[in-house]
Design a protein around this ligand. Structure first.
Ligand SMILES: NC(=O)c1ccc[n+]([C@@H]2O[C@H](COP(=O)([O-])OP(=O)(O)OC[C@H]3O[C@@H](n4cnc5c(N)ncnc54)[C@H](OP(=O)(O)O)[C@@H]3O)[C@@H](O)[C@H]2O)c1
Length: 223
């Protein structure tokens, strides 16, 4: 069914992004994955094409946009993100550390969405990897700066969607708590389980339109 579908996964070097590249390839999609530096595990996936992108470098976003100008995708999934010192609060965080996590988790992903969303087919999906920690409604404290960065991403994403006059489906995705560098070894999900759920969500919701904040089990999360 997914025979000719195409996905562009931004940040596919490792962790959940690498898992998404594997999962969509296994489902018959043609996947393009981006990396900042050579990623042998991504290169090893049969059929995957690899592009270079640091989302914090606008010139690299523009160059990727130019390279892909003749392509179209059924899915743009901006997965890039980082964790900072979880103990930091607005009382303690250094300005530079704050700026780095805000840029990497909110502005950078949205610059990629802004630049590349035009490559997504009308029935396709534009997704960003957020976190349940970005839910303002569900904020019970802790991991304050990362929370703020994902809340900013959610807000910018909804603002972007409000500007669109397009029929695509827009998803802010929480992948679950996943065993990666960001999730840590105590996380409850392995990457394969998380990405299977996320790919199901994308396949179920594609073509339906609208915007949702949703987890790997297709459960909606309050913004
Ligand atoms: N793991 C969890 O439990 C969990 C929960 C909620 C949300 N998330 C989100 O899921 C996404 C993936 O995280 P992960 O858990 O798979 O962690 P990870 O293994 O640390 O992967 C982070 C990915 O982001 C890329 N990246 C970071 N900064 C980048 C930049 N400036 N430009 C381009 N790529 C950049 C990394 O590339 P390099 O290899 O080049 O560093 C890597 O591919 C993140 O957005 C994270 O916030 C994760």
């Amino acid at each position: 069914m997914a025979g000719n579908k195409t996905a562009l996964v931004v940040a596919a070097s490792r962790g959940i992004g690498l898992g998404l590249a594997r999962e969509f390839t296994a489902r018959g999609w043609r996947v393009t994955g981006t990396v900042r530096s050579p990623a042998p595990e991504l290169q090893a996936i049969p059929g995957v094409s690899v592009e270079t992108l640091d989302i914090n470098v606008p010139e690299q976003i523009a160059a990727l946009q130019a390279r892909l100008a003749e392509r179209s995708f059924d899915l743009l999934f901006v997965n890039a993100g980082m964790m900072n010192n979880r103990a930091d609060t607005s009382a303690t965080v250094e300005t530079e550390a704050f700026n780095t996590v805000m840029t990497t988790n909110a502005l950078g992903p949205m610059r990629v969405v802004e630049a590349l969303s035009g490559l997504v087919r009308p029935e396709g999906t534009i997704a960003v990897m957020t976190s349940v920690l970005g839910s303002v409604a569900a904020n019970t404290g802790g991991t304050e700066i990362y929370r703020a960065s994902k809340a900013a991403l959610n807000s910018l994403f909804k603002s972007f969607v409000a500007r669109q006059r397009k029929p695509q489906t827009f998803l802010a995705v929480h992948p679950g708590w996943v065993q990666t560098e960001i999730g840590g070894p105590n996380a409850v999900l392995d990457v394969a389980t998380s990405v299977r759920g996320i790919a199901d969500v994308v396949e179920k919701r594609s073509g339906k339109g609208g915007v949702a904040f949703v987890d790997n089990n297709n459960q909606e999360i309050p913004w």
